[in-house]
Write a protein that binds this ligand. Structure first.
Ligand code: HEM
Ligand code: HEM
Length: 447
């Protein structure tokens, strides 16, 4: 049985599911309905074509629906030369063309082995997924997280420093740490904007530019107005995406080495999560070291998804040079067999399929990481009073630190890196003057 592109991708995505991020996303993004559809043996009437495939078969295949391999295995030999699909009549080797159309690889003597594949059905499936569900759900995911954060802001409000600002600031991140963070953040933001501009272009941006143009020009724009503006600006976007990628990779390596030791999960983090990180109640401040459980989750998401984006991005930058999916599927097959649920993924993929998987994976992971980062940016800026300073000046307020990273402050004090202001001892109360009590008895001098 032919395993559809969607099913294979879904299996690869199980990595993300295991991490807990892909779970919500997978059913919607990973497997477009059309692709996930299993064998749909149609009872198509092929008598008009002498038994060979019909236009309906071709369209089904283009939509990514499975057409049974034996569909239309009749011969067109009998079809008259004037009939549709039978122009060469008996002179056409229908069996050969059918094989070519079904993706069979032929042998070629030139070095470029890719040319051995003449036609590739999966290309249509990939295109349908890329222009359809992947684009749509990426937009829904981003709109969804923005709405959720707006709701959180509305219900919880800004997370304030409960004790108010103190007079003491303590150093949280050194210059090199902040440099690494902002290189990562800046390059990520450029990559995200340009990457999603590529993805959303045809579906959303071109109509949006047309709409703006019409608003500005009294309801009319020249034909192709949106397309032209989009095309000239996305040229720059594509250049930026390809070239800023290196800054992202360098900064990813930098922050990994700077912060990995402080991001090893501990029991304190489990307890932090059990208390919802104190995010949902005003009086709760679960214990945390330098990074709390939530921050560790962000750190590992950035490292794992960022590395995955870099690898798949590299394979897109150098097409056909780094086939990664066939070896990954082999490992997944072995792992799934070991636990008794064999996935049976195809391990011989054409170079085109490798590129299609790389592209889909790159886009899905980019979407997952972007929604995580939108939440991170919210908390690191307007969502929490006093947080931004950590990456701005490098210093944070002592009361903020005590509330959100108490164990870290304790350690800093113990190591002598922070001196807490001397606790204010209330000044000794002035001795009250002797009460001038009126004598109860008249003070009659002794006789
Ligand atoms: C432009 C908006 C951003 C702002 C305002 C921002 C703000 C911050 C702040 C204030 C911290 C320190 C939190 C603390 O004191 O512990 C931080 C940490 C961090 N940021 Fe950002 N950030 C931004 C973008 C990004 C981006 C785009 C990424 C990665 C793609 C990123 C990755 C990280 C990581 C891994 C940490 C350390 C772990 C953590 O604190 O969550 N940041 N950020
Ligand atoms: C090392 C890092 C990266 C490299 C080398 C890289 C490279 C690429 C390449 C070569 C493409 C194909 C562009 C085309 O259609 O011609 C691409 C597409 C894309 N990239 Fe990246 N990228 C990287 C990181 C990122 C990041 C961090 C994001 C977003 C968070 C991102 C989002 C996207 C998206 C959404 C597409 C799909 C565009 C489409 O379907 O038209 N990329 N990337």
């Amino acid at each position: 049985m032919r395993i559809s592109l969607g099913k294979k991708l879904a299996a690869a995505l199980s990595f993300a599911v295991m991490l807990g991020f892909g779970g919500a996303l997978l059913p919607s993004i990973g497997v477009p309905a059309a692709i996930a559809q299993s064998e749909t043996a149609g009872s198509t009437d092929r008598s008009a074509t002498g038994g060979v495939q019909t236009l309906d078969d071709i369209l089904k295949r283009q939509r990514g629906e499975d057409v049974p391999a034996d569909a239309g295995t009749g011969s067109s030999d009998g079809a008259a030369a004037s009939d549709q699909l039978g122009t060469l009549g008996g002179a056409s080797d229908s069996e050969l063309w059918r094989k070519a159309r079904q993706g069979d690889t032929f042998s070629v003597s030139i070095p470029d082995k890719k040319s051995a594949t003449l036609m590739q059905d999966e290309g249509a499936e990939w295109l349908a997924a890329r222009n359809g569900p992947m684009t749509q759900y990426a937009l829904y995911a981003m709109a969804g997280i923005v709405l959720l954060l707006a709701l959180f802001m509305l219900l919880r409000g800004r997370i304030r420093i409960q004790e108010g600002w103190s007079t003491v600031k303590i150093e949280r991140f050194t210059f090199i740490e902040r440099f690494g963070h902002w290189l990562l953040a800046g390059s990520f933001l450029i990559l995200a904007v340009t990457g999603f501009a590529l993805l959303f272009g045809r579906e959303y941006l071109v109509p949006a530019i047309d709409w703006v143009g019409m608003k500005m020009n009294g309801g009319e724009v020249a034909p192709g107005y949106g397309k032209q503006i989009y095309a000239s600006s996305i040229g720059i976007g594509k250049w930026l995406h390809n070239n800023i990628a290196w800054a992202f990779v360098v900064s990813l390596v930098l922050i990994f080495f700077m912060w990995v030791l402080r991001n090893i999960p501990t029991w304190t983090d489990v307890k932090w999560f059990a208390q919802g990180g104190g995010l949902f109640s005003k009086n709760s401040h679960p214990h945390a070291r330098k990074f709390n459980g939530g921050q560790k989750l962000i750190f590992w998401s950035v490292i794992i998804f960022g590395a995955s984006l870099s690898a798949s991005g590299l394979s897109l930058l150098a097409p056909y040079e780094y086939p990664m999916f066939a070896p990954t599927f082999e490992k997944l097959n072995a792992a799934s067999e070991a636990i008794g649920y064999p996935l049976g993924l195809a391990t011989t993929l054409t170079p085109f399929q490798e590129m299609q998987y790389s592209h889909m994976w790159h886009t899905i992971i980019a979407t997952v990481l972007t929604i995580i980062i939108i939440a991170h940016i919210y908390i690191g800026s307007i969502g929490m009073q006093g947080a931004f300073g950590a990456m701005g000046s490098g210093k944070v307020d002592l009361n903020w630190a005590k509330e959100h990273h108490d164990l870290w402050v304790e350690k800093m004090v113990k190591d002598g890196k922070v001196t807490l202001p001397a606790a204010k001892v209330p000044a000794e109360p002035k001795k009250a003057p002797m009460p001038m009590k009126a004598p109860t008895k008249p003070n009659v001098p002794a006789e």
